[in-house]
Design a protein. Structure first.
Length: 575
């Protein structure tokens, strides 16, 4: 078969015994922009040294597969697809040996390596190679992995108690690789070959593959620009500096494309990897070229960064549109504020207001149904996303359907099924469905915070900083009490009238106490004043005190009525 790939066994450098070699006078290696950073740590270096020791002992050592690709008409310039960690480490090792014995290993064998993948790395490598042997241990340059590994290699060589010439001979005569070189193959296919052949090496994830696919797409469709990879990598670096998951950006990008071109649920349901592979592999004239332009991708990143910072400027519950959507069974649509901002020319308040209206619909459907249902997905893809892309009035679209069942056959006999079912779901046995209880208790407490005009950032800390602060669904009247004293009303005691969010530490410390003993903890609603207080809990404490420090079915029903009205008013389910 005529496949454009050459394979052979090679040594590290050209010598009298071997024809095949990696480093040499006619080869220049490039670590391209799409590669990851040099990141070997002490563990990998120790394994590397173990292999070196075997070679010093006279054993022929196989150091794995290296893969290169010709990326230009220059036959001596090869891009490293796999092997940059090992090749860079050998370069550092030879540099240490050269400085130790004065043997010009590097210049003699022309070990040329250029780095393009991360800004300043070429300088860091050159800076490391220039350090004198006696100064290596005393050099302290932050964030320079080349320096750190040079120190480890120097220490390891000294501990070997072996003549440097013997180490050099072992490197040049006993170290072998399998070399694969491809030519005239599209970049994603080159990487695909590597992933197939070398399952122990670099495992490219969706964001890595997107970078390659997008690069090939831009290079093909906009050939007037010759630095597309650099521009894409600049965006990736911008995202990485903010500790943002690039996959989140791709989620938003996918939703924007689906919204703009009305691609429907079939496309939206695909993984990001499959979605973009299909988008970029289209053979026919590209109908999505406008949104696939680089400046549009960059714009989405800027909107994400900007909106994430300015969301607290919106002094309403709309600021939590993304968080509320995440709470529902339809969390995949968390992207809506960013999608709306993209199509609405970065009008963040309008975007968040649109998203919160959709969030209300998703809350109702998540409470009324115990799983994700297809009619909701169809509605989101066929109605909501296209409407957002056209800046249509989302409020009206949601208000027209929020009271109705997503299933058409239910609307005939029960026109306001959603509205009535929602009220029934929250009044009784809410506690027994964890997802439903979490949505309702959190949302009701969130609304009470907004009514009390609590600072938006403080609300965010209370409800959505789950790593540092957690809360539970608390039975105001404890289960072991109402199950014994009022068994006929157990369903209501497990409804919204008897449930409230509470700091986890407090909830677990008060256990099943009577409310007359709980009320003090409720009023303080914090442990040693280190945890935030919930307005909802303080309101419950006031209701308990107003009832003479008691809490029975009467108080449960009173709170149930108030909670139902508050939630239905917010969601648009009120008469």
């Amino acid at each position: 078969m005529n496949f454009p790939m050459e394979t052979k066994i090679v040594g590290l450098v050209k010598n009298s015994k071997e024809d095949g070699y990696i480093y040499g006078e006619d080869k220049n290696y490039i670590i391209p922009e799409y590669q990851r950073e040099y990141s070997w740590g002490e563990t990998q270096i120790e394994s590397f040294i173990t292999s070196l020791k075997r070679a010093i002992d006279g054993e022929s050592v196989f150091m794995g597969t290296v893969q290169f690709a010709y990326e230009s008409t220059n036959a001596s310039e090869l891009h490293i697809i796999d092997g940059q960690q090992r090749m860079t480490t050998f370069l550092l090792l030879c540099n240490v040996l050269e400085k130790q014995i004065g043997n010009k290993i590097l210049s003699k064998n022309n070990m040329n390596l250029s780095i393009r993948n991360f800004e300043s790395n070429n300088y860091k490598l050159a800076e490391t190679l220039a350090i004198k042997y006696e100064e290596i241990d005393n050099i302290d340059i932050p964030n320079n992995r080349y320096i750190e590994n040079t120190k480890i290699l120097k220490s390891a060589i000294e501990e070997l108690e072996c003549e440097p010439d013997k180490i050099i001979s072992a490197i040049f005569e006993k170290i072998y690789f399998v070399e694969l070189v491809t030519k005239d193959i599209p970049l994603p296919q080159v990487v695909g070959i590597f992933n197939t052949i070398n399952t122990t090496g670099l495992d490219l994830n969706c964001t890595d593959l997107f970078k390659l696919q997008y690069y090939e797409y831009l290079k093909k469709n906009y050939p007037d620009t010759d630095n597309w990879m650099r521009l894409i990598c600049d965006v990736y670096e911008k995202v990485n500096k903010e500790n943002i998951n690039m996959n989140d950006i791709l989620d938003i990008y996918k939703h924007c494309i689906v919204a703009k071109y009305e691609l429907g649920w079939e496309m939206l349901s695909k993984s990001n990897e499959s979605f973009f592979e299909e988008i970029f592999d289209k053979k026919e004239p590209e109908p999505k070229s406008e949104l696939l332009k680089f400046q549009e991708f960059d714009k989405i990143v800027e909107i994400y960064l900007d909106l994430s910072e300015k969301v607290y400027n919106v002094k309403s519950i709309s600021a939590f549109a993304t968080d509320i959507i995440w709470m529902t069974r339809y969390g995949r649509y968390w992207t809506l504020p960013y999608v709306a901002a993209y199509f609405n020319k970065s009008n963040y308040e309008a975007a968040l207001n649109s998203a919160i209206e959709v969030a209300k619909y998703l809350v109702v459907c998540s409470v009324n149904f115990d799983k994700v249902i297809n009619p909701v997905q169809t509605f989101m893809c066929n109605k909501i996303l296209p409407a957002i892309s056209k800046n249509e009035n989302i409020d009206t679209i949601v208000q027209d359907v929020i009271c109705e069942s997503p299933y058409e056959w239910r609307r005939t006999d029960y026109p306001e099924w959603n509205k009535k079912e929602f009220a029934n779901r929250i009044k009784k046995d809410l506690f027994y469905n964890g997802k439903r209880a979490y949505i309702i208790c959190t949302l009701s407490a969130l609304i009470e915070e907004i009514i009390a005009q609590t600072d938006i950032e403080k609300i965010d800390t209370k409800f959505f900083d789950w790593k540092n602060f957690q809360y539970d669904m608390e039975h105001i009247c404890a289960r072991n009490i109402f199950e014994k004293t009022d068994p006929k009303n157990i369903s209501e005691y497990n409804g919204i009238g008897n449930l409230v969010v509470l700091n986890r530490s407090i909830n677990r410390s008060i256990g099943d106490k009577d409310v007359s003993k709980k009320v003090k903890e409720y009023k303080e609603s914090s442990r040693y004043n280190k945890e935030p207080k919930f307005v909802a809990v303080e309101n419950v404490a006031q209701q308990i005190e107003a009832a003479g420090n008691s809490w029975g079915i009467e108080q449960v029903r009173e709170r149930q009525v108030n909670q139902e009205k508050m939630l239905c008013d917010f969601l648009g389910l009120s008469d």
